[in-house]
Design a protein around this ligand. Structure first.
Ligand code: GA4
Length: 329
């Protein structure tokens, strides 16, 4: 574990050679109410490792309620935010990401996405009305998990995978190790002086879990890496959710789907708030390529438990390829 002194602005990473943001190719947009969405999801996961969804069934109220609680929390004095504590089931973090020295222009709250475990912690953080926060939180998490499961079932249909809950059952399991994250990227006015430079809010990485569901306010910043290695900006979109393939889904599909490398750049003028649900399996779950998706091809990954993966991941840096340790040689 690396112990850091408070970072100065010079220590953050800058990026100078971003593609012109007008040159982005579109991330696939999938209408979940359409009958061909199962095939489109599979195609998007093969080509991009991510896509956006509309007609997702999550009420704008549920999104706005949680987002306004997040904005309120992040506007509290630092000393109060720090009371949220440094570790599970709820952690407040500021600039430091993970245990190995990664830093970004971001503050965040990390929760276990377990609907029952958080009441005590909510009490300490959201002082005046913890019950109200808890109900807004539970509403949002249940709705997002339901949508994630629907997407995973459509994915199974598109892959002709039986049973169709082969992926979604892992999120529905009572022991599912899912995580929820609220990120706040404060504006960074110093950037204006550094002409053309962008500062890293959250460094490049792939998500470890099965699927991630991201919602952000109307501020740009998210970028994804295309298969050719070029980075493109994903414009903010108030009507859709952004869905990522995680490392575990890459393994279960034997590399047919690939987890998408993404990062967030800080904005010089506007705050960005994002809310991300990371749908993960139970810690004891064995993750391996599903036999019906291997079909005579070379098996690319060794079997491991989600616990093994996490143990290894927490010894690595954010940008590292966490699946390298589990590749079949
Ligand atoms: C990346 C995706 C999620 O935000 C997260 C992150 C986690 C953390 O912030 O504690 C990790 C990172 C993420 C992957 C490697 C390890 C763990 C920081 C880090 C350096 C909550 C997750 O599940 O994995």
């Amino acid at each position: 574990m690396v112990v850091l002194s408070k970072p100065t602005i010079e220590q953050y990473s800058y990026i100078r050679n971003c593609l012109n943001p007008t040159l982005y190719s579109e991330v696939p947009l999938i209408d979940l109410s359409k009958p061909d969405s199962d095939h489109l999801i599979v195609k998007a996961c093969e080509d991009f490792g991510c896509f956006k969804v509309i007609n997702h069934g999550i009420s704008m109220d549920s999104i706005a309620n949680l987002e306004s609680k997040a904005v309120r929390f992040f506007s509290l004095p630092l000393s109060q935010k720090e009371k949220a504590g440094p570790s599970s089931p709820l952690a407040y973090g500021n600039k430091s990401i993970g245990p190995n020295g990664d830093i970004g222009w971001v503050e965040y709250l990390l929760f276990t996405a377990n609907l029952n475990s958080c009441s005590q912690t909510f009490l300490s953080v959201f002082g005046e009305n913890p019950e109200q926060f808890r109900s807004v939180f539970n509403d949002y998490i249940s709705a997002v998990r339901k949508m994630a499961c629907k997407i995973l079932e459509l994915m199974a249909d598109g892959l002709k995978l039986q049973p169709r809950n082969s992926f979604s059952r892992l999120l529905m399991d009572e022991q599912s190790d899912s995580v929820f994250r609220l990120n706040h990227y404060p504006p960074c006015p110093e950037l204006q002086a550094l002409k053309g430079a962008n500062m890293i809010g959250f460094g490049e990485h792939t998500d470890p879990q099965i699927i991630s569901v991201l919602r952000s306010n109307n501020t740009s910043g998210l970028q994804i890496s295309l298969r050719d290695g070029n980075w493109i900006s994903v414009p903010p979109d108030q009507n859709s959710f952004f869905i990522n393939v995680g490392d575990s889904l890459q393994v279960m599909t034997n590399g047919r789907f690939q987890s998408v490398r993404h990062r967030v750049l800080a904005n010089s003028l506007k705050s960005r708030v994002s809310m991300i649900y990371f749908g993960g399996p139970p810690l004891s779950e064995k993750i391996a390529p599903l036999p019906s998706l291997v079909k005579g091809e070379k098996i690319l990954y060794k079997e491991f438990t989600w616990f093994d993966y996490k143990k290894s991941a927490y010894n690595l840096r954010l940008a590292d390829n966490r699946l390298e340790n589990f590749r079949e040689l």
